[in-house]
Structures are given as structure tokens and as C-alpha cells.
Design a protein around this ligand. Structure first.
Ligand code: K7E
Ligand code: CUA
Length: 711
């Protein structure tokens, strides 16, 4: 402990004694004191609180009290049961975590199930100040990373999160999410719930079928959507068939590095149909990736010149094409050097994919949206937006038809089309506007019906038939949801062994469900209890989400995650997930100058920064490094310098570095933005930027653009 620290501790001691506060040591690293009131709730007491719950038996007086309460609040018995299924007492943790796309917010939201409590947002494509994401001064590495063609693109339209899988089971290590607007895929490390990487697709401007993972997360699948000229090229609609193309990209994932390996990633050129959602096969259909398409009509719109609009032109035919891709053959062809470069990125051309046996089609009705593989891989369920049925393809039938070359023809680009009747297992009539399908552990499938505003439960066949009482391939029941459901998501619902229990209906409209917040209303996540069978499938909770329009989510058993409670070592760099050699250590704080380059080495701990006065000069190029030398869970500090757009979150043990040019002289208070301790308000200091033309000591600094916003 250096002298400054010792003096501080003494002062803190004196202050706390004056205030009558007790304090304890901050632990192994903590030279500085921490107030008892700042300590987190001890794990022991939390565990005891849950364990000591004894079976209850309601007394007549309690029943009377409950009944009165219910009547006063106009609750019926179903409401009371719903409350009992979802209410989560203080200190009790949720059984599942939901990782939800954040839609146009560009983020990911983490929600507990069944409590439906929002636990965290994770910044991905959009800078966010609480997390200090994108507020590290000039040339912020995150903002640099968000640039496309040198243009800042600081938002995203996140659609499909995908948890990493091992043998088709969620392993709780990583989360991937696609940005539909800009064709990007992000990697989030679930040790600290932070974004580690964003890759931009070099072929296309926008995508949709991202992200989906192969069963061992060898590849992250990014399917396209609106055909364009690959590699950001230009062509008019007259040249649509000749010049426009679709694509699907296979991003190689390096699990040990926790990064996408761009150099070993590749894409398939596809006909200019609008590829839509994808799903990777598993078990019985391992090795395949399935991608839907619509607009095989190749309509080019032009309503402004009297031509049929896109939505009419793209809906003329009765069938579109399910793309069946053998990704293992594709990877082999890529490794054998059969890809050609487009915009520097390796692409297997359509003819190569056909000759290598990588790609074929199966007809699918009608303007399909979701494609979902059953947990055992035996069936592939396609939902056609304009068809009241779901169409179920059999994996064995597909494999046999491919082996026997059971084709009904070829498309204009030479891709063979499998004979529909040879590959279809069943068609199940469900209702209007089927979109997406999920699965449980009872042999049921669940399909969202957008136009009906309902969740349909239906019975699977094959080896699932013995799990339920109903005939296979039949609609069992429908539960109304409010309103216009898009995706739905069951517990562990995309894994090889779904849990049943809970399902989230992700509703686009909420209309009358909540108090109106002006004309812009929240989305409505409804929790559906799917633990029952037959017609028992009640909605038990409504959760408004007023931060963007989420599309998809995945729900994982919470105990599969192994998050850091604090960073493993003090001086940890979250970007490298390792101790950083540049992290300032306690006792070696200070300012180092070399010409006009200055490096500030700072530490942060309750309740001070060291150093507290930082003296630099106008025009200096500043590298500022801070280590949060805390090892107490939740002892997070913030750090901001107003006027310089600097705002950081310093989690326990974290090392952060930021840079800026001190272009504006003046004396700037910096302070901690998290109410971290009783003396949080005192956790501050001054940055003194000496003007080039030294003014009188008393004169104010000129031209200092300090924000005029006051607190
Ligand atoms: Cu149906 Cu992007 Cu998966 Cu929205 S998508 S709903
Ligand atoms: Cu540290 Cu407030």
C-alpha cells in the first residue's frame, strides 16, 4: 500500500467512524476498506432462504384472505394459478434464461423464465452507455468495428440468436446473433455476456437466416434474404436473373479462440430467390442445412411504373424451394480449392455445388417462412405463410430421394428439384399464417399462427407418436395470444432434447394489453405453460418489452451457464479473456510522458481513483488505462469525462484502455458513475489540460466544449 493509499484509508476510517459506519476489508486485493452495507448478500443466506421452504397448507383464515384479495383485484382462479406458476420470490433465481434478439435496438436481452424479469441487455451492434460500449474516446475500437465501408453503422436489426451447441445440446458457452440490416454476425462470450467479435459479410448488404449453428458449432450459418449482386455490385432489375444472386455463408467457429475464423469461412452462391430462415440438421439429418426461400418467381416489383408490386409478384406460384445443403460436402469442396473469390471471399458457384452434390431443392408450399428440424432430426417442418398447413419432410425420405436421384426437374440455374411426393411425410392443417415451429419432450410441436394470433399444438409422428395420446400429425389445440405472434420459443426448444415446460409467444402487437405509451407500443412476450397435454396450454404471464422488436430467442437451462462472478484476475482484459500486461497495478499509478504522448495509469477501488489529479497539456495524445482492483461481486465502478464522450463500466477486476487527443484545454472533473459505496460521490478527480498559450492562472480556459446539460 503506498503512502497515498494509506492516508486515504485513514481518512475513510475517520469518516466512517464519524458517520458511525462499520466497514470490512475488501478481501485479498482490497487494501482499501469496503463498507459492510456495500457487501453483497452472502450466498449462504440466499441458499438457506430457498431450502427452508416447507410444504404449505393454507388455513381457513389464509384461504379467506386470498379469496378476498382475488375478489378485490378481480382475479379468477386461473389468474391465481398463473401467479403461482410465475411469481419468483426475492433471492430465488430463475430456472431458465431467455436470450432474446433486440430487434432494431441492435442488442440482445437476457430474461429470466418463469419470472419474465429483464436481467440484462447485452450491447452488440449499438453503442450503449451503461456498459461503456462505444464510449472510449476517439477511434473507439468498438465504433471502428461497427463501421461499414468507412461509414459508422451504429445500430443493427438483430433477428436470430443461436446458442453454441455440443452434440446438438446447448452448452452455454457462446451466443451468436445476426444483424439483418447489415449482414453481420456477432459473437458473445457467455462468461461475461459481452460481445467479442462482429464479422461483416463481404458478399451482401443484408441477410436474414443468421444465426444458426451446426450441432457441434463447427459453423455458424448466415443465410441471405434479398438477392443482390454479390460483393456489393450494381445491376438494374432488367438484369435480375443474370446478375442478382442469393447466398448462404458458413462462418467457421474456433471454439478455443472464441472467435469466428474468417480465413476458413466460405459461402455458397444461390439462385436469386429470397432465401429466408435456416436450420441445421442434427442426428438423423446431421450434415444438412435447410434454407427456405420465397420469391422463386424472381419478381422485380416496380409498382411505381405500373408493374405488380413485390408482394403480388412474389406470391404467384404454389411452391417455392426448400434448399437442402450438404455442408460437409461443401466444406470439403471449399478445402479442395473449388471456391472462387468474390470481393475476396471464397464462394462455391452454383454449378460447383450441383456437380459436387452439395445443393438440391425440394418444393415447399407457399411463401414459406420457418424451417425447423425435430430434436431427433427425423423431420423437417416448413411453415408456409400463405398455406394453412405445415409441411413435414422425412429425413430418411430426403436421403433416399437424393441417393436415388428422384428428381422432378431442374430450376433455371441447373439445381435439381426432388420429387415432392417422395420426400413429404405429412401435411398438417393448423390455421392461418403459420410461421415458426418449436418442440417439447412430449411428442408435440408448436407452431405460431401470425394471422390467427395463436399457438397451435400438434402431434408428431414417427418415434414421437408413442409419447402422446393423440393420432400423429394432428392439430391438438390452439391457444390465443395477444397479438400477431412471430416466433415462439420453447425451453431448450432447438436442442436435441427439449424440456417442454415453458414456451414464449413473441407477439408483435400488444394493442390493449398495457397502458398505452403514446402511439408506439411495446412488444408482448407471453409465457405459455406447455407442461400439460391435450388442450391444457394456458398463457400465464405477459411481459411488455418496449425497446425494439425482438424476433427470435432461445431458452437455456440456467445452470448450464458458468458466468464469471468477477473477472478471474485483477487486470483482466475482457477482449482477450486474459490478464493484460498493460493493466496498471496498485502502487505503480501515474502519468508517463514521451513527447506529446502521455499514458495515464490509473486504478479504481472503493472509493477513489489513483491518481486523483491528472496533469496533461493541450494537444497531448492520451492513452488512459484503468484497472478496477476489486474482487467483490457487483462492486462495479464507472468512469466518465464529460465533454470528451468518455464513459466506461469497470467491472471487478477489469482492465480498460481508451485514447483521445486532448484538443480542448480546461479543468475537467472525472467521476465514478456507479453508486458504488457510501463515499461514491467522492470517487472523482480532475483532469487538468493546460492550454497551449498559458493563460493567467485565474483565467478560464477558452473554447472548452463542456456539455451544458446539467444533472
Ligand atoms: Cu419470423 Cu426474422 Cu425469424 Cu421475425 S423472422 S418473426
Ligand atoms: Cu466507484 Cu462510485
Amino acid at each position: 500500500m503506498n503512502r497515498l493509499n494509506r492516508r486515504l484509508s485513514g481518512n475513510v476510517l475517520a469518516l466512517s467512524l464519524i458517520a458511525g459506519l462499520a466497514f470490512t476489508s475488501a478481501g485479498p486485493l482490497g487494501a482499501a476498506p469496503a463498507f459492510a452495507q456495500d457487501q453483497p448478500v452472502k450466498k449462504e443466506s440466499r441458499r438457506r432462504a430457498t431450502k427452508e421452504v416447507k410444504p404449505i397448507e393454507l388455513t381457513p383464515a389464509q384461504i379467506a384472505e386470498l379469496t378476498k384479495l382475488a375478489n378485490d383485484r378481480q382475479l379468477n382462479v386461473d389468474d391465481l394459478l398463473s401467479a403461482a406458476k410465475t411469481y419468483t420470490p426475492s433471492g430465488r433465481h430463475d430456472e431458465y434464461l431467455l436470450f432474446s434478439s433486440g430487434g432494431q435496438s441492435g442488442q440482445v436481452f437476457v430474461i429470466g423464465v418463469p419470472s419474465m424479469r429483464l436481467l440484462r441487455s447485452i450491447s452488440v451492434f449499438t453503442p450503449e452507455s451503461w456498459q461503456g460500449y462505444g464510449f472510449s474516446g476517439e477511434n473507439d475500437p468498438i465504433r471502428e468495428h461497427l463501421k461499414i465501408n468507412n461509414t459508422p453503422v451504429e445500430w443493427g436489426d438483430t433477428h436470430h440468436p443461436a446458442l453454441s451447441e455440443t452434440k446438438g445440446e446447448y452448452d452455454g458457452q457462446f451466443l451468436f446473433i445476426g444483424d439483418k440490416a447489415n449482414a453481420r454476425v456477432a459473437v458473445i462470450d457467455l462468461r461475461d455476456f459481452e460481445t467479442k467479435q462482429i464479422v461483416k459479410n463481404p458478399l451482401t448488404i443484408s441477410d436474414h437466416g443468421a444465426s444458426f449453428v451446426t450441432p457441434d458449432t463447427d459453423y455458424i450459418v448466415e443465410g441471405g434474404q434479398y438477392a443482390t449482386v454479390l460483393g456489393y455490385g450494381y445491376a438494374l432489375p432488367e438484369d435480375y436473373k443474370k446478375s442478382y444472386r442469393g447466398m448462404v455463408t458458413f462462418w467457421k467457429f474456433d471454439r478455443t479462440k472464441g472467435r469466428i475464423d474468417e480465413a476458413n469461412s466460405f459461402a455458397l452462391e444461390l439462385p436469386p430467390y429470397w432465401q429466408d430462415l435456416a436450420d441445421a440438421g442434427k442426428a438423423a439429418c446431421d450434415g444438412f442445412v435447410f434454407v427456405n426461400s420465397f420469391n422463386v418467381e424472381m419478381a422485380t416489383g416496380g409498382v411505381e411504373s405500373g408493374k405488380p408490386p413485390f408482394e403480388a409478384g412474389a406470391s404467384q406460384r404454389d411452391t417455392d424451394y426448400l434448399h437442402i445443403i450438404d455442408w460437409k460436402k461443401a466444406a470439403a469442396a471449399f478445402k479442395a480449392g473449388k471456391a472462387e473469390k468474390i470481393n475476396g471471399f471464397p464462394v462455391l458457384k452454383i454449378a460447383t455445388s450441383v456437380s459436387e452434390g452439395v445443393l438440391c431443392f425440394a418444393p415447399e408450399p407457399k411463401s414459406p417462412h420457418g424451417v425447423d428440424v425435430t430434436p431427433n432430426g427425423q423431420f423437417i417442418v416448413v411453415a408456409g405463410k400463405l398455406d394453412p398447413h405445415v409441411t413435414v419432410y422425412g429425413a430418411d425420405k430426403l436421403k433416399k430421394a437424393i441417393a436415388d436421384k428422384k428428381y422432378s426437374g431442374k430450376d433455371e440455374y441447373g439445381v435439381p428439384i426432388l420429387d415432392f411426393d417422395s420426400v413429404v411425410e405429412a401435411q398438417v392443417e393448423l390455421g392461418l399464417g403459420p410461421l415458426h415451429t418449436q418442440f417439447d419432450n412430449q411428442g408435440y410441436a408448436y407452431t405460431s399462427l401470425f394471422l390467427d394470433s395463436a399457438v397451435a399444438r400438434w402431434s408428431l409422428g414417427g418415434e414421437y407418436a408413442k409419447l402422446h395420446a393423440e393420432q400423429p400429425w394432428k392439430l391438438v389445440t390452439k391457444t390465443s395470444v395477444q397479438y400477431n405472434i412471430g416466433h415462439l420459443c420453447a425451453a431448450e426448444g432447438d436442442s436435441a432434447s427439449p424440456d417442454g415446460k415453458f414456451l414464449i409467444a413473441m407477439n408483435k402487437w400488444s394493442v390493449d394489453r398495457f397502458y398505452p405509451t403514446g402511439p408506439l407500443l411495446p412488444q408482448n412476450f407471453q409465457l405459455v405453460d406447455i407442461a400439460g397435454t391435450g388442450t391444457a396450454m394456458p398463457v400465464v404471464y405477459d411481459m411488455p418489452l418496449g425497446v425494439g422488436e425482438p424476433h427470435y430467442c432461445q431458452m437455456i437451462k440456467a445452470d448450464k451457464l458458468k458466468p464469471f462472478l468477477v473477472y478471474p484476475e485483477v487486470g483482466w482484459n475482457p477482449h482477450t479473456q486474459a490478464l493484460d500486461p498493460n493493466a496498471p497495478k496498485q502502487g505503480s499509478e501515474g502519468v508517463v510522458r514521451s513527447g506529446n504522448k502521455v499514458t495515464i495509469n490509473m486504478t479504481a477501488i472503493r472509493s477513489h481513483f489513483t491518481p486523483e489529479h491528472v496533469m496533461i497539456e493541450e494537444g497531448d495524445h492520451v492513452t488512459w488505462r484503468i484497472t478496477a482492483i476489486e474482487s467483490t461481486q457487483d462492486a462495479t465502478h464507472g468512469f466518465c469525462i464529460g465533454g470528451y464522450n468518455i464513459n466506461l463500466s469497470l467491472e471487478p477486476g477489469e482492465f480498460t484502455e481508451f485514447t483521445f487527443v486532448a484538443n480542448h484545454s480546461g479543468t475537467y472533473p472525472f467521476y465514478c458513475t456507479e453508486f458504488c459505496s457510501a463515499l461514491h460521490l467522492e470517487m472523482m478527480g480532475y483532469l487538468h489540460i493546460k492550454p497551449k498559450t498559458a493563460p493567467n492562472a485565474a483565467a478560464p480556459a477558452n473554447g472548452t466544449p463542456v456539455s451544458t446539460t446539467s444533472k
